[in-house]
Design a protein around this ligand. Structure first.
Ligand code: MTE
Ligand code: LUZ
Ligand code: MOS
Length: 749
């Protein structure tokens, strides 16, 4: 049996769109709005229906249950009824015998609109109080009164952009009518949510909907919420026509129809003692939610909880607003609002370092969090290893010498400038919605001794299957090729949480561990009887006691003959979580992940092109379940983070139409862009609440990319110390060029 990476590199992994097409399946394509804000006056399907091969066109009127795909917000409709609120919003669904015909027919639908002025800027939405939920205010200490005690106060603005998920596999779904029910293949991170929404849409009990997820060609948060729409469309269509119905998007369509990382704007104020200790921080966030809630409120909450990153800030005031604009609803993306918060804090520190006349990294280090401090939300800081990560990074990779070498290089070069910047991170592990922190695992041992594991974990390239296999093989002490992880299916595992918040391996791994331990307990008792001894050990497929032994496969065969259950179901709920949203106080996270990166860049000051040469990282993975999986996670996340802050630039037209809808107009990092990456795993990492002492790794390293931004502006300052910095990301080569050679406004022209 091949492992996942072996299948991937052979191109043999089967994704939803690779399933063999059933005879008489139909294809679906949405008719979408070409207006960002307004009312639909009329819809004309006549031309579309005349095209041979078109089966049916569905509108909101064809939905038997609730026309909604959101958690609660009624505005999140599957199909627009009267209002449209963004360019690309689905208005109707065309069902046809081929995907080409469905697309062609969708193009022929004529819609008459009455346009209203849309809102495309979050601050403009804020002025009109167009919020999703109420603004959140979060205070620690007496933030309004402490400014008088500060020796240095710095204010400024910062801004980060959207980001396209660019998973390899585009959005994709197939629905099959089965006896009085539906089986839905969906490329989703949230099979449980897809099941629930489809049942609500069809006005069915949930047990009639079975959702199956094989594996995803990437998700990165882009399929946590936004895969639901496509699954719901094919489910509705399939139920109406009683045939299998599918939809698979092209890259261009996927980019045009799906939400992105939330752009944020922020105003900050930060105060210090003369020695450089942070005394107070005040920040005001404007999150660009797009037209609907989606996960924006949850993302805003993670922004609040990560507002001071890994620094100690005694007085704090945060105001965060989710602003409703007429753009595609934005959604979860690796980091989930934390990167946006952490960028602003670094901008404040960077700017303050110049005002204090202190090296930026000295200011960072001086204010690092330590065990005994308290997070702003009142959770005690325990097992904090940020200083250890910092020290091990500096020693192992000779950071002092690197800074010196860079200074020397810069003294001798004008058309090339180098810089190095340090980025410490701290990321809380758990869903901030407490109820999501649960998982179930169903473990079957078959008569031949092989094991099949079902959980709610969705494999999307992050290696959760590999980690689960390690856990099972370790507990039973059997070879890994005896263990297989089944597809993710709502009929086998009920009420599953999304695979998200970096908790996939923790939650599903703990449940799997518990199920295996139950089985092992029963098997040990049987072995005691069979071997007539007390102290049983499981080792490399052999169960032994006092010189007697029995092989794993014999033991299982015996267990079957003796009519013992060889299946176990276990449920895990993360203990100790207790977070009061109204007060913003409590224990939202099981534990925190720490790490520090040093990013080195070389800037070509004539062309304004740049290369991230090397990145050095000391990362706390705990006792990693699989070091090569974790290495891949750190490397991938870092490069994705660098891309977000530098080359990835999403643009909309004035009318709210996405301009950057293909890979010619939207640049992402490639292999040439990627730096040389050196990772040192933190030594002597303390025990955490994670499965088998391994720490979650999926999202945290994304934020190392922020170091790239500050390395780049340091290099720019090395060339021209007078440049005006605006802390706006992405810092594309175009923006670098404009900044390097722009005369200061104070100097006239
Ligand atoms: N790695 C790959 N290769 N593909 C992905 O889609 N998603 C990331 C991260 N790493 C992703 C990935 C995100 S956003 C999350 S939340 C976690 O993986 C989810 O998986 P985990 O909880 O099992 O770590
Ligand atoms: N999804 C979610 C997440 O629903 N809640 C979270 O806290 C979260 N955090 C990170 C990524 N996805
Ligand atoms: Mo990840 S943004 O939690 O899918």
């Amino acid at each position: 049996m091949w492992t996942d990476p072996q299948l991937h590199v052979r191109g043999q992994t089967v994704f939803t769109a690779d399933l063999p097409e059933a005879s008489q399946s139909y294809h679906l394509f949405p008719v979408t709005s070409t207006l960002a804000c307004g009312r639909i006056l009329s819809l004309d399907f006549n031309k579309a229906l005349q095209i041979p091969g078109v089966v049916k066109v569905l509108t909101a009127a064809d939905i038997p249950g609730v026309n909604g795909i959101g958690h609660s917000e009624e505005a999140e409709v599957l199909l627009a009824e009267q209002e449209v609120s963004y360019y690309g919003q689905a208005v109707a669904l065309v069902i046809a015998i081929s995907s080409d015909i469905a697309r062609q027919a969708a193009d022929c639908v004529q819609i008459e609109y009455e346009a209203s002025p849309g809102v495309f800027e979050p601050r403009q939405a804020d002025e009109q109080k167009l919020w999703i939920g109420m603004p959140r205010v979060f205070c620690v200490g007496q933030p309004d009164e402490c400014w008088a005690e500060c020796d240095v106060i710095v204010t400024g603005n910062a801004q980060t952009g959207a980001q396209e998920h660019l998973y390899f596999e585009t959005q994709s779904a197939i629905a099959w009518p089965v006896q009085q029910g539906l089986k839905v293949y969906s490329a989703t991170q949230s099979p449980g949510m897809v099941q629930k929404i489809i049942a609500r849409l069809l006005d069915w009990p949930m047990q009639r909907v079975e959702v199956e997820v094989m594996q995803l060609g990437g998700g990165f948060g882009g399929k946590e919420e936004q895969a639901t729409f496509w699954a719901a469309c094919v489910a509705l269509a399939s139920q109406v026509v009683q045939k299998p119905v599918m939809v698979h998007l092209t890259r261009d369509e996927d980019m045009r129809f799906t939400g992105k990382r939330h752009p944020y704007e922020a105003d900050f104020k930060i105060g210090f003692s003369s020695q450089g200790r942070i005394l107070a921080y005040e920040v005001s966030f404007y999150q660009d939610a797009g037209a609907w809630a989606d996960l924006s409120p949850a993302i805003l909450e993670r922004t609040l909880l990560h507002v001071t990153n890994t620094y100690c800030v005694p007085q704090l005031k945060v105001i965060a607003r989710s602003c409703r604009t007429n753009l595609i609803p934005n959604t979860a993306f690796r980091g989930f609002g934390a990167p946006q918060a952490m960028f602003v804090f670094e901008a404040a520190l960077f700017k303050a370092a110049q005002a204090l006349g202190m090296p930026y990294e000295q200011l960072q280090q001086l204010n690092l969090l330590k065990t005994g401090d308290t997070f702003p939300y009142g959770m005690p800081v325990t097992a904090c290893v940020i200083q250890e990560c910092w020290d091990q990074l500096w020693q192992r990779y000779e950071i002092v010498e690197r800074f010196q070498a860079i200074d020397e290089f810069n003294q001798n070069h004008i058309w090339q400038k180098k810089a190095l910047s340090i980025m410490p991170i701290c990321f809380g592990i758990s869903f901030t919605a407490r109820f999501l922190n649960q998982a179930s695992a169903l473990v079957h041992i078959y008569q031949d001794g092989t094991v099949l594991v079902s959980t709610g974990a969705v494999e999307m390239g992050q290696g959760v299957k590999t980690k689960l296999i390690h856990i099972v093989a370790r507990v039973f002490s059997i070879p890994e090729n005896q263990v297989r992880i089944a597809s993710t299916n709502t009929a086998r595992i009920a009420n599953m949480s999304p695979t998200a918040a970096s908790t996939g391996a923790d939650l599903n791994g703990q449940a799997t561990l518990m199920a295996c331990q139950q089985l092992k307990q029963h098997l040990s008792e049987l072995a005691q009887k069979l071997l007539g001894a007390e102290a049983i050990t499981f080792q490399q497929g052999v169960i032994s006691a006092e010189g007697q032994e029995i092989s794993w496969s014999e033991l299982i065969a015996q267990a079957y003959l003796q009519r013992l259950s060889l299946s176990a179901l276990a449920h895990y709920a993360t203990p100790g979580l207790d977070y009061d949203r109204a007060q913003d106080r409590g224990q939202p996270f099981a534990y925190h992940v720490y790490g520090v990166a040093a990013v080195e860049v070389t800037l070509d000051t004539l062309r304004a092109t740049y290369q991230f040469e090397q990145v050095f990282i000391c990362h706390d993975a705990g006792q990693s379940l699989d070091a090569s999986v974790d290495q891949g996670q750190v490397e991938g996340a870092l490069v994705q983070g660098l891309g977000w802050l530098t080359v990835e630039d999403i643009r909309y037209s004035k009318e709210g139409r996405l301009l950057t809808s293909n890979l010619t107009d939207y640049k992402i990092p490639d292999l040439y862009f990627a730096p040389e990456i050196h990772i040192h795993w933190l030594e002597n990492s303390p025990i955490s609440g994670a499965v088998m002492r391994s720490k979650a790794v999926g999202e945290p390293p994304f934020m190392y990319g922020i170091g790239g931004y500050f390395a780049l502006i340091k290099a720019m300052q090395a060339f021209n110390p007078d440049i005006e910095l605006d802390y706006v990301a992405p810092l594309t080569p175009e923006r670098v060029l404009m900044t390097l050679y722009k005369k200061r406004s104070a100097e006239g022209d």
